[in-house]
Design a protein around this ligand. Structure first.
Ligand code: CA
Length: 233
């Protein structure tokens, strides 16, 4: 049997909070709650939840701030905002801060549960896709940083895996060394010595995935544009 999925409910109105908990438990979820913004923020940052249901209007720390803080720590944490504000601007603000979806109040229970299921499904799919990269006939395990090649285990460093993952996510186009430096390394500057760092990593990855690393056919150089990874569908 699957482990029940845990949901954190951050909502200051008691009637709504307890109502939500009842509904979630009824639908087979495990639910925990917080009645204030600061309690919600603390739980969201320290606990492990499959999804956070986050009210926008909270005393003290509001839902936007919680969303923002959680997102900066964990890009993948699914969040649904509960909002009484239905203006486009407010909704866009929440989505910009990284909420996966929003549910306007007052909401129907059925709607809410459907949205929760949809967000959980997307997040599950995202995790599975990110877990395995199919490159050069190898299945690369991005969490354990390894793959098998002709029955020999190949291991990658964390940085090499980040480069590979970024290239795989953008496999429809070449990615410049500057972009890799800024997105993977987090460098804003663009110095020769730093772009060489990228080249060194690319060379190391090629030795692990290419049949002939001098004649790359998978992680190819696109002249004047950068590197492109050809992934299998
Ligand atoms: Ca509220």
């Amino acid at each position: 049997m699957n482990k029940p999925r845990r949901i954190l409910v951050v909502e200051d109105e008691e009637a709504i909070r307890t109502g939500l908990i009842d509904v979630l438990v009824f639908h087979g979820f495990e639910a925990e709650s917080a009645a204030t913004g600061s309690e919600g923020l603390k739980k969201a940052l320290t606990g492990k939840y499959d999804l956070i249901l986050l009210d926008v209007m909270l005393p003290g720390v509001d839902g936007y701030e919680i969303c923002n803080r959680v997102r900066s720590e964990d890009r993948h944490q699914p969040i649904i905002m509960l909002t009484a504000k239905t203006s486009d601007e407010e909704i866009i603000h929440g989505l910009k801060l990284g909420a996966d979806d929003y549910v306007p109040k007052p909401f129907s229970i059925q709607q809410l549960v459907l949205r929760i299921e949809a967000v959980l499904r997307r997040s599950q799919l995202g995790q599975e896709m990110a877990r395995t990269l199919c490159v050069a006939g190898m299945e690369i395990d991005t969490e354990n940083l390894n793959a098998k090649r002709d029955d020999v285990e190949v291991s990658f460093t964390k940085r090499e895996m980040e480069v590979l993952t970024y290239l795989a996510q953008n496999s429809d186009r070449p990615v410049s060394r500057e972009e890799l430096l800024s997105k993977v390394w987090g460098y804003a500057r663009n110095l020769d010595i730093e772009t060489r760092t990228v080249d060194i990593h690319i060379a190391k990855i090629r030795r692990k995935i290419e049949a002939d690393s001098k004649m790359p056919e998978v992680l190819v150089t696109v002249r004047g544009a950068g590197y492109r990874l050809l992934v299998e569908a």
